[in-house]
Design a protein around this ligand. Structure first.
Ligand code: COA
Length: 121
C-alpha cells in the first residue's frame, strides 16, 4: 500500500467509524491520463452493509473525474457476489472477462463506468 501510494496518480480514501476507533474501510485508485483504475476496496466485516463502500466509491470517482478521468475500470471475481452487486448498483458495466485470473481459478469480470456518473450520489 505504501509503495502504491508513492506512485504518481495513486491515492486512497479512508472511512472512519470502525471498531475501537479504527478505520471502517478504505479504497485505492490510480489515475493516468483520462483513465482511472480502482485498485482495491475493502470494508471491515463489522461495518459492512452500511453504505461505506458506496461512499468510498463516490468520493474516489469524484476525485478521479476532477483529475480528468473519463473512464473508471476495475476487476472483480465472478465469485464475489457482494462486490459485483456493489459495482452494478453504482453504475459500472461489464466490458470484458479474464479467464481463470484469480488463484482460485475464478474468472475476473472487467467493469467500467463514467466517474462523473458513478460519483453522482
Ligand atoms: C464488497 C464490500 C467492499 C462492500 O462493502 P459495504 O460497505 O458492505 O457495501 P455497501 O454497504 O456500500 O453496499 C452498497 C450496495 O452494494 C450491494 N452489496 C454490498 N454487499 C452486499 C452483499 N453482501 N450481498 C449483496 N449485495 C451487496 C448492495 O446493493 C448494497 O446496497 P444495499 O445495502 O442498499 O442493498 C465488502 O463486502 C468487502 O469489503 N468485501 C471484502 C473485500 C472485497 O471483496 N473487495 C472488493 C474486491 S473487487
Amino acid at each position: 500500500m505504501t509503495g502504491l501510494l508513492a506512485v504518481p496518480g495513486c491515492f486512497a480514501c479512508v472511512a472512519a467509524g470502525g471498531p475501537r476507533g479504527r478505520p471502517s474501510g478504505m479504497a485505492l485508485i490510480r489515475v493516468a491520463a483520462d483513465e482511472a483504475e480502482l485498485l482495491t476496496i475493502g470494508v471491515v466485516p463489522d461495518s459492512r452493509r452500511r453504505g461505506i463502500a458506496n461512499g468510498l466509491l463516490i468520493e474516489l470517482a469524484a476525485a478521479a473525474a476532477a483529475r480528468g478521468a473519463m473512464r473508471l475500470f476495475l476487476e472483480v471475481s465472478v465469485a464475489n457476489a457482494a462486490a459485483l452487486a456493489l459495482y452494478r448498483d453504482r453504475g459500472f458495466e461489464e466490458v470484458g472477462r479474464r479467464r481463470r485470473y484469480y488463484p482460485d481459478d475464478s474468472d475476473a469480470v472487467v467493469m467500467a463506468g463514467n466517474p462523473t456518473v458513478i460519483s453522482a450520489a
